[in-house]
Design a protein around this ligand. Structure first.
Ligand code: PEP
Ligand code: MG
Length: 609
């Protein structure tokens, strides 16, 4: 019954009618979106839209001579699309009856709508748009018209238009998915979502920033954006239907704001901001070779977080003293088969040699099964962050784990390599991981291959249970690194990659501060080194607090290094201690943030916060 009621809505409602009903279609006006700031800086540029299926919709004009060819391409794409829908219509009508087939008849009418065709052809003939650009522009405008209509089911028609757009684009672009890696002119990427590996494939000289409709502040996509040093905003809500590509966009990665089609005044304001950023960066670059220490000479060791071997150079470029977190799982993310021991080894050797004797902390595989196409998917993975991920996955697929450990051990002869296990939540789990490491050592010994027998073994502190049990863990490892990205999500029960709970996801929560302090105090009491490598350690807002809590090593995204160093060099240890003491007395994340902002503002009035 419900189904049939819905079907009656599929009788054809022409585009011309829709436009007549549509009083105030927004056309080309400025649109401001609020999302979540995940990578600082401001970028201004041309939009490149990546929809769900990864189609790139380029702004492309054709020469006068190319117009006829484009018109033919369009006509052919329309004909092919109509044929394809007709085949679907017949198949469905045969199986389910004509009422269902009517859905597709309406689609065919839409594709054949004379008004639509007229406008598409006019865009090509008069404006010299390419066929795909014309399709994207015109159909998205129609979709907006339908979206704005009141009345049952009419707004839903917008999704039919998107469907038709997708079919036409597929015909026009073929299966050619223009990978982000192949972008060769400066753009800002606008997407529904981006995977960490898609983000990682972006070349910062061309992809100057991105914004996604979904995604939360702690997602790896956000972290990779910061690694690339490009402004990024995630979780901006649905907006892709408002753009077709080629429009001017501003991404404000400091405030989490995205502005589509800015007016002149807004553009001028943001251009001024970009100029200011450039002059701040120039001033910061003078700090590169200066030591990271407070005004009275209290030394802080600044290390870098990397995802790819090539980023080792970035660490050196920013004057970092080593790699405090190498997220080795990115080796798996960019491929569909299992990396061999040799491939692991090559990557680890490259980083180790590049770092020239400086410490390199290699964190072992930290992925959920959902991200690994090469292993069987668990059946009950309803809560991937609580499921078979990270060290748990490694211990279940011991062969995979041992292969990686052998490769790390082999790389250890090239420098100061250390091993770190992620997501340790109990002592037995750590012991099991160490046993696999012992097996890997034995394998190498049998093969007569050299490695560092005294290699330091550490663990991440990123599960509250690990903090609580620190007094036991100190007996079992050589060092610790606090992973606040996960610690925050597990302590506060907030999914780090969900935009709808992003406001709750914050390192400033007093419970997080207490957990961090507990971990540092326990490690200090046993004289075991402890550092931090979560995003909190690279945010200048927290630098004084973290030093005051007792951290002497911070591992940060290379792009954040100089700002953190600037805070260190501007303050004193005594002041940091008083900041930490005061922050620990506060009772809400809001109070903590306000207080830390005031302190940072006082210290560095020109620091963007
Ligand atoms: C963390 O959890 O803080 C961390 C550094 O690891 P990842 O972000 O890779 O989970
Ligand atoms: Mg983590």
């Amino acid at each position: 019954m419900r189904c049939l009621a819905r079907l009656t809505a599929f009788s054809y409602f022409s585009i011309a009618e829709a436009e007549r009903h549509h009083a105030g279609a927004r056309k080309g006006q400025m649109l401001r979106l609020q999302g979540i700031a995940v990578s600082p800086g401001v970028a201004i540029g041309e939009a490149l839209v990546l929809d769900n299926e990864g189609f790139r919709i380029p702004r492309r004009f054709v020469s006068r001579d190319g117009v006829e060819v484009e018109l033919e391409r369009l006509a052919q794409a329309i004909q092919d699309t109509v044929d394809e829908i007709e085949v679907n219509r017949q198949r469905i009508a045969e199986r389910l009856g004509d009422d269902y087939g009517a859905i597709f008849s309406a689609h065919i009418q839409m594709v054949n709508d004379p008004r639509l065709r007229e406008e598409l052809e006019a865009s090509i003939r008069e404006r010299h748009y390419s066929a795909e650009y014309a399709v994207s522009r015109v159909l998205r405008r129609y979709a907006k018209v339908f979206q704005s209509l009141e009345g049952p089911h009419l707004a839903e028609r917008a999704s039919d238009i998107f469907d038709i757009e997708k079919r036409l684009l597929k015909r026009l672009l073929g299966e050619r998915r223009e990978e982000l890696a192949h972008v060769t002119s400066p753009v800002l990427v606008l997407a529904r979502s981006l995977t960490p590996s898609e983000t990682a494939s972006m070349k910062p000289e061309f992809v100057r920033g991105f914004v996604t409709e979904i995604g939360g502040p702690g997602s790896h996509t956000a972290i990779v954006a910061e690694g690339l040093g490009i402004p990024a905003v995630v979780g901006a809500g649905s907006f892709l239907s408002d753009v077709s590509g080629g429009e001017t966009v501003i991404i404000d990665g400091d405030e989490g704001v995205v502005i589509l089609r800015p007016n002149e005044e807004t553009l001028a304001r943001y251009r001024h901001e970009v100029d200011e950023q450039l002059s701040l960066m120039a001033r910061l670059s003078t700090l590169k070779d200066l030591p990271c220490e407070t005004r009275e000479g209290y030394r802080i060791s600044l290390l870098g977080n990397i995802e790819f071997p090539s980023e080792a150079a970035l660490c050196l470029d920013r004057g970092l003293e080593g790699v405090g977190l190498y997220r080795t799982e990115f080796l798996y993310l960019t491929r569909t088969d299992i990396p061999t021991e040799e491939e692991h080894y090559e990557a680890y050797r490259e980083v180790t040699i590049a770092m020239g004797g400086r410490p390199v902390v290699m964190r072992t595989l930290d992925l959920g099964a959902d991200k690994l196409s090469m292993i069987p998917q668990p059946e009950d993975e309803n809560n991937p962050f609580l499921g078979l991920r990270s060290i748990r996955l490694a211990l279940k697929h011991v062969d995979l784990f041992r292969t990686q450990l052998r490769a790390i051990l082999r790389a250890s002869v090239h420098g100061d390599v250390r091993i770190m296990f992620p997501l340790i939540s109990n002592v037995l789990e750590l012991r099991r991981a160490r046993m696999v490491l012992a097996d890997a050592m034995e394998d190498l010994e049998e093969r007569g291959i050299a490695f560092d027998r005294e290699i330091k073994v550490g663990m991440m502190v990123e599960v509250p249970s690990a903090v609580v049990m620190m007094d036991r863990f100190v007996e079992e490892v050589d060092f610790f690194s606090i992973g606040t990205n996960d610690l925050v999500q597990y302590a506060l029960a907030v999914d780090r990659s969900n935009k709808d709970v992003a406001a709750l996801y914050t390192s400033a929560d007093p419970s997080v501060l207490r957990l961090v302090k507990m971990a540092i105090d326990a490690a200090d009491a046993a004289d075991k080194p402890i550092s931090m490598c979560g995003q909190m350690s690279g945010a200048p807002l927290y630098t004084m607090l973290l030093i005051g809590l007792g951290l002497r090593t911070l591992s940060v995204t290379p792009a954040a290094a100089l700002e953190v160093k600037r805070v260190c060099r501007s303050t004193t240890f005594e002041h940091c201690q008083s900041v930490a003491q005061r922050a620990l007395e506060l009772e809400s994340a809001r109070d903590v943030k306000t207080y830390l902002r005031e302190e940072l503002q006082r210290l560095l009035p020109d620091q963007p916060i």
